[in-house]
Design a protein around this ligand. Sequence first.
Ligand SMILES: O=C(O)CCC(=O)C1=CC=C[C@@H](O)[C@@H]1C(=O)O
Ligand SMILES: [Mg+2]
Length: 332
Amino acid sequence: MTPDVEELLADAHVVRLPLVTRFRGVIEREALLLRGPSGWGEFSPFLEYDDAEASAWLAAAIDAAWGAPTPVLRDAVPVNATLPTVPVDRIREVLERFGEVRTVKVKVADAREGLADDVARVREVRRILGAEGRIRVDANAAWSVDQAERAAHALAPFDLEYLEQPCTTVAELAELRERLRDWQLPIAADESVRKASDPLAVARAGAADLLVVKVQPLGGVARALRIVAEAGLPAVVSSAIDTSVGLAMGARLAAALPELAYDCGLGTAALLAADVTAEPLRPRGGVIAVRAVEPDATLLRQHAAPPERVAWWHERVRRCAALLAASTLTAG
Ligand SMILES: O=C(O)CCC(=O)C1=CC=C[C@@H](O)[C@@H]1C(=O)O
Ligand SMILES: [Mg+2]
């Protein structure tokens, strides 16, 4: 059932949550939460995204709040810690927020820094985790093929689990994968899946060893499951720095995947200084639970975005809903 826009906005709440540290250049996260007959959904495309891109995120929120829930195969999902580009002396404090995790994703290739900063951060994470820990790095498409190859060499002593979206294009990823063939350093595709007009192109080109999948940009759990199945590659479910409502959507996807070989990037409630529920989906013992999340009315009020931002989000929902009505994305 596809609700009309008035139904979508009938029980919608716009929140603005502080982060504990800068991430993607922001220190606050805005999200619109909406309630339908199946529960709560989150609509939180980043502010700079255009309506065409944001409308897939709305389809995911509608799927969560109005759709039939997908059957799940597990009740907990192992997660990684996510380390933003903080100075080395803050690493321990940020990682402690995630509790006991065996895997850390380190953000690298920040435009304000150089490779030496990335190496220093990864070295410190390896020191903290010990030899058994797993470390992956995420360059958010910032490197050229040469830069990525150089970084792979510089980071080799720290035994990386994989390199996430080192370069922008599928062709670049394919070339890098070829150059790293003897290194046994897998390449994960993130932006090449979630921002691509064809999310399967990267798999078809043999340009990645695994996919990072996010429920909102892929248009919902069912659509993400189909993409993973058709790609035929291992998948890591990750958040978009969601509130606990969005993380519950991610946990449902992770819990529905037939195989889950990697820890998922769903521990990010630990990066929020506030959440919409008194029981956030924060990692405990290296996992998050697979369960529904009900926002707390007091917290929704306490973290309500200013009226002009609420109006902005409502308009965005209206425009995206119009786009969805004209497309086939909500058809399943
Ligand atoms: O995967 C994780 O560990 C957490 C999520 C995460 O890193 C991201 C969430 C949202 C936007 C992105 O910049 C970033 C990513 O690229 O994976
Ligand atoms: Mg990424």
